[in-house]
Design a binder for this molecule. Sequence first.
Ligand code: G1P
Length: 271
Amino acid sequence: MIKQAIIPLAGLGTRLLPLTSVFAKELLPINGKPGIEYILDECIDAGIREIIFIISKKKEMIKKYFYNDKFYKEIIKKKKDPQILREYKKILRYKKMIKFVYQNKPLGTGDAVLKTKKFIKDNFFLMLLPDDLIVKENCSKAMIKIHKSHKSSVMASMTVNKKNVSRWGIFKLKKKLNKNNYVIDDVIEKPSIQKAPSNKAVIGRYILPKSIFQILLKQKPGKGGEIHITDAVRYLIKHKKKFIAHNFSGKYLDCGTMRGYIKSSNEISKL
Ligand code: G1P
């Protein structure tokens, strides 16, 4: 079973400036609810019991959101509003599941994963990138099911426009397992159009093996001087570890860009 999930949250969110100059992007409301709560709800519904947030000193606001007990208790005492009590209980439920670790230098997603090394107990764990919202279908749940039957790692995949391949990690696929699942032959972080082996992109849901920590410990910085999770996955694939690409059936919302962020509220309000 996959019981632990990790969520990298230390990114600066420069694509959402000026909002992110004072605000953590993951707390920005999407149709009235902070983006991070959609991610947490996806985890809970997929059977995850513990979630590790990788934050930074600059993103302490995220911790505060879940640790504002004094404020809630005072206001509940004063106002006796059942709605506020419900909201507080919801926050408490999330809080019970969350552990915080710090990544104070933005050295990449691979480096963020490494910060969780001592907390991961089982052989596999889930990672969700909070910029990527997937609605209508629980992508993590579907991936956990695939992991169970194939005993392998799994990554979410989506077909993208050829001209945008350099925005994503891109897969080379080896063989089709069934309608929505493929064995991965290779994966390249943000390749040029010329070097892209396909137009199947990595989307931010990963079921990773614990063995990835040993690879990350030795890994040299890649594209843009960052430690990429994609490069560690690539190494594992080259060393015969099985990774499956899952073409998810939910709707993808890119909340990491201003255009996508605005669109996502609109899309969710129509659900
Ligand atoms: C990260 C990964 C990339 C993946 C993308 C999905 O990139 O490095 O491989 O395709 O997430 O959203 P980022 O969005 O952090 O630039």
